[in-house]
Each structure stands twice: as structure tokens, then as C-alpha cells.
Ligand binder design. Structure first.
Ligand SMILES: [Zn+2]
Length: 863
């Protein structure tokens, strides 16, 4: 399709000559409940100025049909002016009014205006999602972040529905079976931030007010919505409680009154991402409405997202990156603020930095070691590049680097800089220099070299301690090595960075716990930095670099410290230090420096005493990956049996009714293989077996069914019966995954063709199929699909929307075929397709790198 992929150059040109005064957008979605209706009517009227009268420009629009185009009273012929992606207009005046009337399509992929029919009650729900550039699927517009404008939405919908948008509604008029909602004009915002949510949603309302410094009171109406059939599970009080704490906190930190009036939070079905920061109308994936018992880690994750999106009201919505190169200017900040806010706003999630160290950073380290990694400030040529940059660098590494910046300039300078940034750039667009400018003003430090090292280069450094002692066991020198040549997995790309770190020295106390006896904070620069304060102290059992997780780096250990971890990792008393140690040994495993079976042994030995539930759940996932991908093939079966035995042992020993018990039950379901484990799984389902305190609720039931299905021990009728008992959106997904997980050629073929032969599947169902299809232990069944996979990549990329294509490319990659032949096939595709879309090549390069890493780890495990 011509021009579908807007380039940065085109956006710059357009912004160079245009200024948008405002949009009026009318949508008529009364047809939505009719499954036969594929489209809805959309009419945009945009008023804009042009600094070069006579020039030509275009609006973006992805619509099946354009009915009329009128520029300054002159009718244009859609047949010639509309090319399927753009509405071309020329002969612009200094001031213009352009109206485009189109039929736009209801979406099934979560891009644009998504339509969902609830299997539980037949109700229809709509919501929009646009970032980075899908507003053009719903109404004609100048789709780029720096052409901000006020938007006035009018939505006509079935009379029984409610409708929300960014602003409050000013009137609702009923006519026949429809109601028309007129919304107040928004503040100037970017197109990708506009939103409409419509349907018979269940809604909980509340209110927030705050006395401002000038004596006035800020009033913010709050609401939270979800589908009616989820209402019994909707803990809106908890969500709104976090919301209010966050509003208190961000007002205090940012000193800029919330600028968007009201604050709605909609939990919507089949959402492709965690959440989206539409001003005044945030959308979340509805999996955050918990239908069954989940661990506290899930509540913490949700609260983190609530605060992340709220931080965006300032970082992103009030002040917006000019183009997607500086996406990090909003995502890194919001990601940092999610964790910072959980602590600062005094929510009950006081271990937020442990979660950050353990999970967010793992995401960053993984992404940063791909050959496709990029600096935090990226080079984003076009929208396809932009789409792939919502990644571990932009979010998690960026947030980690901001955490380091806070340590570097001090938190007061950092937040004073933020306050100036909001005041100076309110309702505008920014670039890196705008941020550095305010931080240099407030911090008094030149940030150019800091930014060059941290923001404008890619890669992660490894820090390793080097300890020498005298005959009495006293330290004669403690040095911190940055990326030494004896580390075979140094991914720093030759860049050494300034690191503000703490070094922790740990020894056993009288109770046998490993506790910090010394903490030394210093700047690490260059390849070797001596920690002078350590000289003369007794050699400790454990030297932990980057204690307290101030900087972003991989940490290594000297031989004695590593031995201390092997015998006592679980005995480290401090929760954050223990999480750092777990991360470090996982990185060693991924880097092929610790055999996978040694990592599994550490998990089996110490995971049972891990108090932090989020860390425990990470250990489960990582131990499973270690066995599935990183262990030598000849040890896999033994490793799998050890994990299942460990899961069963810990499940029986866990405190009844605890989160830990639930986590171990799920881990048992993921690892169960032998007759004993599968027998218990079936027993838990039928009720013939019980674990004291363990409630086998709906989500756990599906996990248990998945174990049986993958083992070939779930009859089709049994799965169908379970679906009949849970005929919901979530139930359908789980059922689909169970079907795809059955160990038969027919099941694999059905899942493969369900995804590839129809473009009707929403992304959640694509994921259910690929997840069930790709069970690593079934590699002998899926090996047949490796060659066809590489043959169809370009076709998938060309024909499917990017959200779906990304899931297919990632989900069907033959990662379980960890052998040289598959690696060669991936390489052959890459070298044979230099002209393939860069975003597609990037996805394949990353999966190929996962495969190569697994092969390296396997040879370490074998040796
Ligand atoms: Zn975000």
C-alpha cells in the first residue's frame, strides 16, 4: 500500500509547513452490535494553517472507502485524491478547512477501533488503540506526534451504551435506538493519544480533590470500567485507591496540576499491550481484572502500570517527544516512575525496586545483548521502526539509566529539572537536548559526556571484582574491572561508562545468614577502579558489586564469592541483594559461563526459601528456560524430572493458602511429566487429590488441563466440558492453547493453520495457538515446521497487520530446535533476504540470537 509507512522526513516536511488549529471528529458506531456490519461512518473536519500557500500535503487514513473530500468548499474526487493510505490535497490556502467522510473498519487486531463480542452474554464492546499511528484507521488526520491540536469528538452509539473519550461529555441526546455523545474539546494533544471507549461497560465512580498552592481546589472525577461479565471480579476500590495515592504523589513531585480534567481507566478485552496513557481515558488489558487467585506480584505489577500511565499524563501527554527517536523521553520516565511511585506514593508495594532489579532489568539486559540493540535515543526512520522500539531498551534500560542519573545528579536536581521541563514545554514537543538542558541547569553538571556514554551508545558493561589478600586474609587490593578481556560475553561494544555504584561486603552472622558488613560507594570509570576503602579489611565471604542496584550493568563474581553463592545464595538476608545475586547467576547461565544444571541446582536448593513472590516466579520461569533451551539435550529429561520433583516437594511444604503455594502449584503444572506428577494434576482437577489450602480455581484448572493436554492425557471431551463451564473470553483462550498443546501431528497442523490460514484471529488467540504449538518438549513434532516457517515470513509480513505479524514471527520461530541446522536455516534466510523489511529482519535476528545463545549455553552445560 503506498505511503502506509510514514517516514521521519515526510513528517518533518509536513510539520515544517502546517499548524493544526483543531479537529472535529464524528463517529457513528450504531452498527457495531451487528456482526455483519464491517464498517462505521467517520467524518473529520480539520482546520489548519499552511505557511506556504499553494503547497500540497496529505492526511493519513486507512479506510475501506472514502465517500467525500472537501477542501475549503471545493469537492475533491476520492478516486484520485485517496490512494488507500493518504488523502492528497493541493493548492492549500493560508487557512484551510478540510472535511473527509469515510467508512472505517472495525478492528479485530487491537489496532484502531477494536470490536469484541463477549461470549458470556453476547454484548459488544468497543475501544480504540492508536500508538504509534493507528488513529488513521478511525478518522483522517495528520498522524504524527508534533502536530498537536484540540480534538472535539462526537460519537453516536446504541442507546444502551456509555461512551468515554479524552474529555468530559457536554451533552447526550437520544434519538430512536441511538444516543449521540458530544465531548468537550481536548487540550492540544497528539493524534495517537486520542481515545474512544464505548459499550455497556460496568463502571465504578469516585472522586479526587486536592488543595493547590494558589488556594484553589483541583477536582478530578475518577472512574474505572470493565466488561459487565467481569464486574464480579472487579476490585475497583483497590485500583482507585492506588490512583488517588498516585495523584497525591505526582502533584507533589511534578508541581503541575493534572491538565486533563477527569481520569477514566478502562480495562478492555483483547488488548495488545499492558496499557495506554490516553489523556483522561487510560486503557488497560483486562487481564488486570483477576478472575482467580493471583499472587501479590500480579497486584504489584498492576499498581505499577497504573502509576506508569499516570506519570505519562505529564511525561508524554503534556510534553510529547517530537518524533519516535525520543520515545524514551516518555517511556523511560514512566517506567522509572512506576517503581519510584510505588514507594514514594506509599502504596503497600514496598519491594518495587526488588521487582525492578529482578524483572525489568532482565528484560533490558536481554534486549541490550541482541545484535539489534540500539542506543536509548534511537534512529527511527519510519513507523515500522517505531513499532519495534517499544522494547526493553526504551522502557527498562531507559528507566535503569534514569535510576543511575538520579544517583549521579541527586534526586532533588532531577525532580527540579522535571518541574522546569513541564512548565517550559507544556502542550509542546521535545527532544533530548530539552531534557539535558533543564538537568544541567538544576544539577550544575555537564551532562553531555554522561549522555554520550549512557544515552547515545548501546550495550551493557560487566563489572567484576578482583580481590587480593595477605597471609592473614586481609584485603590488600579490591579492584572493579569493567569489561575485561577474560570475560567472553562482554557486550559493551567497546564503550566504558561512568558508574556510580555501591560495593557490598557480606559475611555470615551468628545465625548463619549472609549479611552486609560494609557498604562502600564510589565512581567506577575506565577498565579498572581500585576501591581504596576496602584495603585492610578482612576478606569477606561475598563481594557484591552494584549493591543496591544503582547502576545498569551485569555483575560478575570472584571465585570465592561465587562459591559463597553456591553454598548460601538463599541465606543472603537483604531482599534486594538476594535478587541481584539471582539476576547475576542467571546472566552467567545465559552467557554460557555457568552450566544450566548448576543454575537449576541453585534454584532447587534455594528457591523454597525465597520470600519475594515476584522473584520466586522469575526463578520458576528461568529454571524452565534453563532446562528447555540451555541444558545439554542429553540432560534435559533429567533436568525436567528434577524441576517437577522440586515443584512437588515445595508445593507440599508451602504455607497453606499462600501465594507461594499457588506459585509452586503452577510450576508443578508447567513441569509435570512423570506419572506421579500427572496423577496429582488429574487428582487436583477431579477433586480426588487435595493440597491443604490450595484452591483449585478456574485459572489454576486451566493450567492443570494444559499440563494434561501437553502430555496427551486430556480427552477432547474433557477440554470441551471445561470450556462449557467457563465459556468466557479467558476460557476460550485457555481452551485454544490446550488444543494446540496436544502432542499429535494433527493438533500442531490445526494450530498452524488456524493462525496462518485466516486473518480473523485477534492477537490473543494468535498467542494462544503459538504458545500451545511451541511447547519445547514437543520439538520432535514441530521440527517439520522449521523450513516452512522461513518460507512464509515475507508473506506474513506483507499481508498481516504488524501486531499480528510480530506475534507470528516471534511465536512460530523454531527456537526449540536448538541445533546447528536450524541456526544455519535462520542464517540462510537472513543472508538471502537483505531487502526484507528492516523490522522483520530485526525480529528474525533477535530470535536467531536467542538460538545461538542457547547453543552456547548448551556447550557450557555439556562441558
Ligand atoms: Zn508507557
Amino acid at each position: 500500500m503506498p505511503g502506509k509507512n510514514l517516514s521521519r522526513d515526510e513528517a518533518q516536511q509536513r510539520a515544517g509547513i502546517l499548524a493544526v488549529d483543531g479537529y472535529r471528529v464524528r463517529l457513528d458506531v450504531t452498527s457495531a452490535p451487528d456482526p455483519a456490519a464491517a464498517t462505521f461512518r467517520s467524518t473529520t473536519t480539520v482546520a489548519f494553517r499552511c505557511s506556504q500557500p499553494g503547497a500540497a500535503t496529505f492526511l493519513d487514513l486507512l479506510a475501506p472507502a472514502v465517500r467525500s473530500i472537501t477542501l475549503n468548499g471545493r469537492a475533491l474526487d476520492p478516486a484520485t485524491a485517496y490512494d488507500g493510505a493518504r488523502v492528497h490535497v493541493d493548492g492549500l490556502a493560508a487557512e484551510n478547512v478540510l472535511t473527509v467522510e469515510a467508512d472505517c473498519a472495525y478492528s479485530r487486531t487491537g489496532e484502531g477501533l477494536h470490536r469484541f463480542v463477549d461470549p458470556a452474554d453476547g454484548e459488544t464492546y468497543l475501544y480504540t488503540h492508536y500508538e504509534p499511528a493507528d488513529a488513521r484507521r478511525v478518522f483522517a488526520n495528520f498522524e504524527q506526534p508534533d502536530l498537536k491540536a484540540p480534538f472535539s469528538f462526537t460519537v453516536t452509539a446504541p442507546a444502551a451504551w456509555d461512551v468515554w473519550s479524552n474529555a468530559v461529555h457536554e451533552s447526550v441526546t437520544e434519538e430512536g435506538a441511538a444516543r449521540t455523545w458530544e465531548f468537550a474539546p481536548t487540550k492540544p494533544i497528539s493524534t495517537y493519544l486520542t481515545a474512544v471507549v464505548a459499550g455497556p461497560y460496568h463502571v465504578a465512580r469516585d472522586h479526587y480533590s486536592l488543595e493547590l498552592a494558589d488556594g484553589t481546589t483541583l477536582e478530578i472525577p475518577l472512574s474505572a470500567m470493565c466488561r459487565k461479565s467481569l464486574a464480579p471480579y472487579f476490585d475497583a476500590d483497590e485500583i482507585l485507591g492506588v490512583t488517588k495515592l498516585g495523584l497525591d504523589f505526582f502533584h507533589e513531585e511534578f508541581d503541575f496540576p493534572y491538565p486533563f480534567g477527569k481520569y477514566d481507566q478502562a480495562f478492555v478485552p483483547e488488548y495488545n499491550i499492558g496499557a495506554m496513557e490516553n489523556p483522561g481515558c487510560v486503557t488497560f488489558k483486562e487481564e488486570f481484572v483477576f478472575r482467580s487467585k493471583v499472587t501479590d506480584a500480579a497486584y504489584e505489577a498492576r499498581a505499577n502500570v497504573v502509576l506508569h500511565e499516570m506519570a505519562h499524563m505529564w511525561f508524554g501527554d503534556l510534553v510529547t517527544p517530537r518524533w519516535w527517536d525520543d520515545l524514551w523521553l516518555k517511556e523511560s520516565f514512566a517506567d522509572f516512575m512506576g517503581s519510584y511511585g510505588l514507594i514514594g506514593a506509599r502504596t503497600r508495594y514496598s519491594s518495587a525496586w526488588v521487582t525492578f532489579a529482578n524483572q525489568r532489568k532482565a528484560w533490558a539486559y536481554r534486549q541490550d545483548q541482541f545484535p539489534t540493540t540500539h542506543p536509548i535515543t534511537a534512529d527511527i526512520r519510519d513507523l515500522e521502526d517505531a513499532k519495534l522500539n517499544f522494547d526493553g531498551i526504551t522502557y527498562a534500560k531507559g528507566a535503569s539509566v534514569l535510576k543511575q542519573l538520579v544517583a549521579y545528579v541527586g534526586s532533588e536536581a532531577f525532580f527540579e529539572g522535571a518541574r522546569r521541563y513541564f512548565k517550559r514545554h507544556a502542550f509542546g514537543n521535545t527532544e533530548l537536548a530539552d531534557l539535558l538542558g533543564v538537568l544541567e541547569e538544576t544539577g550544575g553538571r555537564d551532562l553531555k559526556s554522561w549522555a554520550a556514554a549512557w544515552l547515545q551508545t548501546a550495550g551493557v558493561n560487566a563489572l567484576t571484582p578482583q580481590v587480593t589478600t595477605d597471609a592473614e586474609g586481609r584485603i590488600t587490593e579490591l579492584a572493579v574491572l569493567q569489561d575485561t578481556a577474560d570475560d567472553p560475553a562482554t557486550p559493551s561494544r567497546g564503550v566504558l561508562r561512568p558508574h556510580r555504584i555501591a560495593v557490598g561486603l557480606y559475611d555470615r552472622d551468628a545465625d548463619g545468614a549472609l549479611v552486609r558488613t560494609e557498604r562502600i560507594e564510589l565512581d567506577v570509570t575506565g577498565t579498572r577502579t581500585v576501591v581504596t576503602e576496602a584495603v585492610g579489611r578482612p576478606r569477606p565471604a561475598l563481594v557484591l558489586l552494584n549493591d543496591e542496584d544503582l547502576t545498569y550493568c551485569k555483575i560478575r563474581f570472584d571465585a570465592e564469592s561465587l562459591e559463597a553463592l553456591r553454598t548460601g545464595l538463599g541465606d543472603i538476608r537483604d531482599e534486594l541483594a538476594r535478587a541481584l545475586a539471582w539476576s547475576a547467576v542467571w546472566n552467567l547461565t545465559r552467557d554460557g559461563l555457568m552450566p544450566a544444571r548448576d543454575y537449576v541446582a541453585l534454584v532447587l536448593r534455594f528457591a523454597g526459601q525465597e520470600g519475594n513472590i515476584g522473584v520466586l516466579q522469575s526463578l520458576h520461569a528461568q529454571a524452565k528456560t534453563a532446562v528447555d533451551l540451555y541444558a545439554a539435550p542429553e540432560w534435559r529429561a533429567e533436568g525436567a524430572r528434577q524441576l517437577a520433583d522440586g515443584a512437588l516437594r515445595e508445593l507440599r511444604e508451602a504455607v497453606p493458602g499462600s501465594d507461594h503455594q499457588l506459585a509452586w502449584a503452577r510450576f508443578l503444572a508447567q513441569t509435570a511429566g512423570g506419572a506421579e506428577h500427572l496423577g496429582l494434576v488429574r487428582g487436583l482437577l477431579t477433586g480426588s487429590a487435595r493440597i491443604d489450602g490450595l484452591e483449585v480455581d478456574q485459572e489454576l484448572r486451566w493450567s492443570l488441563w494444559l499440563a494434561l493436554a501437553a502430555a496427551g492425557q486430556a480427552a477432547d471431551e474433557e477440554l470441551a466440558e471445561e470450556l462449557a463451564a467457563d465459556n468466557t473470553a479467558g476460557g476460550k483462550r485457555q481452551y485454544t492453547q490446550c488444543l494446540a498443546a496436544r502432542p499429535t501431528p494433527e493438533a500442531k497442523a490445526a494450530a498452524w493453520s488456524a493462525v496462518l490460514d485466516s486473518d480473523e484471529l485477534p492477537s490473543a488467540m494468535v498467542e494462544a495457538n503459538t504458545a500451545g504449538f511451541s511447547i519445547p518438549a514437543q520439538r520432535d513434532l514441530t521440527v517439520l515446521y522449521a523450513a516452512p516457517y522461513f518460507k512464509l515470513l515475507e508473506k506474513v509480513w506483507a499481508e498481516r497487520t504488524i501486531e499480528i505479524a510480530m506475534r507470528i514471527v516471534g511465536g512460530f520461530f523454531p527456537i526449540a530446535q536448538t541445533d546447528e541446522q536450524t541456526l544455519a536455516e535462520a542464517d540462510a534466510w537472513l543472508s538471502g533476504h537483505p531487502q526484507a523489511a528492516p523490522a522483520l529482519r530485526r525480529l528474525v535476528l533477535e530470535r536467531r540470537d536467542d538460538l545461538a545463545r542457547a547453543l552456547r549455553a548448551q556447550s557450557c552445560d555439556r562441558a
